[in-house]
Write a protein that binds this ligand. Structure first.
Ligand code: ATP
Ligand code: MG
Length: 287
């Protein structure tokens, strides 16, 4: 097989193709299904039991009614597209994930078992980073579309009947968001790293009021100087992630953003914001 067929370069990879990869042990019990959402950095698959998929597609009788329950992933499987040059480079990547886990804790991220495989599909042996990650069900917390005064309430009101129940949930989410912001800021000060909070779908709110960061593979250096750092895809994710922290505080927790705060003073300065907007425009133009 030629290098052109490298799975890391393919725009789309089917679940069936994954099942045939040299580092996957094919089994009748599990099915890989391409996840309906995706990003730029990884191929993402649901790992489902064959039994659940059968129920979903063929249906099963419950009290005389034919039901087609959605198969819920047991795990999410990621194949990183990144072509690492050495094992050390991959270890550094995995280390960053462990920093994230240490600071945010399993409560605020979708935990993942990160591992390296020998991929032989191109004819030579390549090292590829993969992850088996906990599946998070819920609503995307999209910082760029926080419409209305009661955004959180509107997000969940269709699933609940009682007002007091919704209020309790909203308060719980707000508490969790406040803790998330605090822990992320702690990580920034102690390590000089910030996770990517900017991508659509990176943050998920679960029905029980938890907030989870699911995109755990883009953790970048934060630089307080005038130089604006861009990530491996050319996106100013550090600056935009700081902006997301401020949006969570201002628009969801209804707290004033203090421009004396060193983090916001540097990253949200009007001159810097103009440069960031131009970089973002460039990024979207090149997509
Ligand atoms: N563990 C998970 N549980 C539920 N949804 C997930 C999970 N991991 C990823 N997703 C969803 O899949 C989509 C892509 O995920 P993610 O942002 O991590 O992609 P990526 O390709 O690794 O990174 P990037 O967005 O930086 O290109 C997102 O919409 C995210 O909500
Ligand atoms: Mg993402």
């Amino acid at each position: 097989m030629s290098a052109a067929n490298d799975i890391r370069d393919q725009t789309c990879l089917s679940g069936n193709a994954v099942q045939k990869l040299n580092f996957i042990t094919d089994s009748d019990r599990y099915i890989f299904r391409k996840y309906y959402r995706s990003g730029l950095r990884s191929h993402i698959f649901e790992i489902l039991t064959a039994e659940d998929v059968l129920k979903e597609t063929q249906g099963w009788d419950m009290d005389g009614i034919r039901m087609f329950p959605r198969a819920r992933p047991k795990k999410m499987f990621r194949i990183l597209r990144n072509k690492f040059k050495s094992k050390e480079e991959i270890f550094r990547e995995i280390k960053k994930y462990h920093i994230l886990l240490k600071f945010l804790g399993p409560k605020f991220i979708a935990e993942s078992d990160e591992f390296i495989v020998d991929y032989t599909g191109t004819g030579t042996t390549q090292i590829v980073l993969c992850g088996l990650q906990e599946y998070i069900e819920g609503e995307m917390l999209d910082p760029w579309r926080l419409f209305g005064e009661d955004y959180l309430r509107d997000l969940f009101k269709f699933n609940m009947h009682e007002d007091s129940q919704i209020q309790r949930l909203v308060r719980k989410i707000q508490k969790n968001i406040a803790k998330f912001v605090k822990r992320t800021r702690h990580m920034i000060t102690d390590t000089g790293y910030i996770p990517d909070l900017a991508g659509v779908g990176n943050l998920i709110l679960t029905p029980d009021g938890s907030l989870k960061l699911v995109d755990i593979n883009n953790i970048v250096k934060i630089n307080f100087s005038d130089t604006i750092l861009i990530d491996d895809k050319g996106y100013p994710s550090c600056d935009v992630s700081v902006e997301v922290l401020s949006i969570l505080g201002r628009d969801i927790l209804h707290k004033d953003i203090c421009m004396d705060d060193p983090l916001y003073r540097v990253f949200l300065s009007p001159e810097r914001r103009i440069k960031i907007k131009a970089l973002e425009k460039e990024f979207y133009k090149n997509l």
